[in-house]
Design a protein around this ligand. Structure first.
Ligand code: FAD
Length: 414
């Protein structure tokens, strides 16, 4: 029998409402700061960490602060995808929302999209901005939220937003009847590669480009060290360099999650030789020294998405008494979409702006709100999927550049 709509499931949200944001990483914090100044909303932010300690340097995309469609689509890889995926009216609405962002917040976004910044500086700045604003207070709870806690705290009409990162608290709970054993019930995951990400400081200006990637790897038959060009920058004293080396699944399994250059030399001399050759060539060229040690993390580069980014399925399921049927739930940031190659915070911020714009429309039917968010997230997924696949394809070709037959095997023209 087709389930009938439950009369206790409301069409629109109450004019004054509560929003629960779980996870105060960069994306949860930005969303909170956007919602904080909205009339009629009270925001409750939950976080398990007591301090912000992640010092890795991150870069935000310039499209976050774009003031025209031209500047929004200026990235040479995804400019065309933007045109292909979004209607002009959607782009205009996004730009209009950016113009409405309070100046305390928009000036921070402008600052971060100009250069590099430690992740914890972004987190601390947003957190302090939220606390310092006199307009309205955000209630904060320091706790490890569980899915049961999240369900229990919801009153009908509350909004729940999961910003808990790649190991999302609620992603796989958005599918009714999935069952606890059904891990990844709602997750599509594409493993692009395993890699180590190497970061170091260098005491001279070092500008990297595509030619530099090639010439400094000429003797590296395998384990090519590929610097992330747009992540290499000189702050007036030192260059901050980040590079990726593709490794095998076996290498990945045998490495700790974090280590230094010496550990790599002792345990993976082949990988270390490629990295050191690359760095030696930088030194020969610019006569500088690496400052301190290399910081290395091993990561699986996953491209993934929650197939459902909202609780939409619960509203039409037979389980109408479930809290997720009566309160809209959204995934945001790494909780919703994961993209390697240094683009996720910008993607999460972009989605936070869209979601805040939807929540501001209190008379919007809940079903429309959920559908519009699903569509937007799907479009962002297509965009980041295309960009990431293009980067991965270019990396694959680069890795075979010295072997024409292997290169041709990877081309697949038509
Ligand atoms: C080496 C490296 C370099 C990177 N460089 C860049 C870059 O240059 N640009 C870029 O855009 N991105 C970069 N990224 C990715 C970026 O760091 C993440 O995409 C970003 O941190 C995701 O933000 P988030 O807020 O969605 O999730 P997270 O940062 O993961 O935050 C989630 C928050 O939720 C909290 N939380 C989780 N579970 C619970 C729970 N049960 N209860 C309460 N709280 C909970 C966590 O403590 C955390 O504070 C990089 C990543 C790596 C590994």
């Amino acid at each position: 029998m087709t389930p009938q709509p439950d009369p206790t499931i409301t069409d629109t949200l109450p004019s004054r409402g509560r929003v629960h944001v779980i996870g105060a990483g960069p994306v949860g914090l930005l969303l909170t700061a956007l919602l904080q100044s909205m009339e009629g909303l009270s925001v409750h932010l939950y976080e398990k960490r007591s301090d912000y300690k992640r010092t890795r340097m991150v870069k935000l995309a310039s499209y976050l602060v774009a003031d025209s469609v031209e500047s929004y689509r200026s990235d040479h890889i995804d400019g065309e995808s933007v045109d292909a995926i979004f209607d002009p009216v959607e782009l205009d609405e996004g730009l209009a929302f950016r113009q409405s962002i309070p100046s305390d917040l928009s000036s921070l976004l402008r600052e971060w999209s100009q250069g590099f910044c430690p992740l914890n500086v972004i987190e601390r700045s947003l957190s302090s901005l939220i606390d310092a604003r006199a307009s309205s207070t955000v209630q904060r709870s320091s706790m490890v939220m569980t899915p049961d806690d999240a369900m229990a705290m919801l009153a009908p009409g509350d909004i729940l937003i999961d910003c808990t990162g790649c190991k999302s608290l609620l992603r796989d709970h958005l599918v009714p009847n999935a069952g606890t054993a059904d891990v990844d019930a709602n997750t599509l995951n594409i493993r692009l590669e395993y890699a180590i990400v190497v970061t170091f400081l260098y005491g001279q200006a070092y500008a990297c480009n595509e030619h530099c990637k090639y010439y400094k790897n000429v003797e590296n038959q395998e384990y090519k060290f590929i610097p992330a060009v747009h992540r290499t920058f000189y702050d007036g004293n030192i260059s901050h360099v980040t590079g990726i080396v593709n490794i095998t699944a076996e290498d990945y399994d045998a490495m700790p999650s974090q280590f230094d250059g010496q550990w790599l030399r002792d345990h993976f001399p082949g990988v270390a030789r490629s990295m050191d050759r690359f760095i030696d060539k930088i030194k020969q060229e610019t006569h500088g020294e690496v400052m301190g040690d290399l910081e290395i993390v091993r990561i699986p580069l996953n491209l993934y998405r929650g197939r459902n980014a909202t609780s939409r399925l619960w509203r039409t399921s037979a389980l109408a008494n479930h809290p997720f049927a009566k309160s809209p739930v959204f995934l945001l940031g790494d909780s919703a979409i994961g993209s390697p190659y240094f683009q996720s915070i910008s993607l999460g911020f972009e989605c936070a702006m869209f979601l805040a714009g939807l929540i501001a429309q209190r008379d919007l039917p809940v079903d429309d709100m959920l559908d519009r968010y699903e569509l937007f997230i799907y479009k962002q997924w297509l965009r980041v999927y295309m960009r990431s696949k293009m980067i991965k394809h270019n990396k694959d070709l680069f890795e075979s550049i010295d072997d024409p037959l292997a290169l041709l095997d990877k081309l697949h023209i038509y």
